[in-house]
Design a protein. Sequence first.
Length: 188
Amino acid sequence: MDFRCRLLPVRILLGGLLSSFLFLSGCHLAPLDSSLSSGSDQIESGLKTEKLAEMDSEEFGTTEGDETKMARRIAVRIQDQVFLADLAHTVAADQLYTWLEKEPLTITAHDYGGFEKIGDLGQTLSASDHQMTTESGDLVLYQSDQIVLFYGSNRWSYTKLASLKDTTGLEDALGSGEISYTLFIPES
C-alpha cells in the first residue's frame, strides 16, 4: 500500500478538525468595546422591552419578590368604608392616577343590570377596550367617559382601571339605587 494512501484518513480527519475550529472561532465576533455595538441591537432590545410591557398591560399587583414592579394603589371610599385597589397597567389608569394626584374624584353612580354601579367621569380618558369578564371589585372605563364599579360579574368590552384587593362588604356598602363614592390616593 502506498504511503500516501495510509495518510489520507489522517489528512481528512485533520482537515475536518481544522475546518471545524475555524468555523466555530468565527461564529461570534462581538466587539471588545461595548460602545461599538450597533444601534440596531439597541432598537431590537427596546422593541422586545416594549412588547413585554404591552403583553403585561393588563396585569395587576406585584409578583412576589419582584420589587421593580410595584403596584400603584388608589382607594375607594363608599360611605364610611375604604377599599384599596391596585391600578391596572393601562393608559386610562395612568390618566386616572394623574387626575387623583391633583384632587380626589367623587362619582355619582346608579345601578345597572343588578351587578354594577355606573357613573359619569366628567371628562374623557383614553380607552383601550377589549372583551373581558369582570368580577366583583373591578373598576373599569366604559365608553371613555363613564366609570363602572362591579359588585357582580359581566362580560363586555371595557378598559380596566383597577381591581379592589378585598371586596368584603362591597355590595352592602353600595346598597341599591344612586350612591356617591370617592376615589383618592391613599397615604403610604
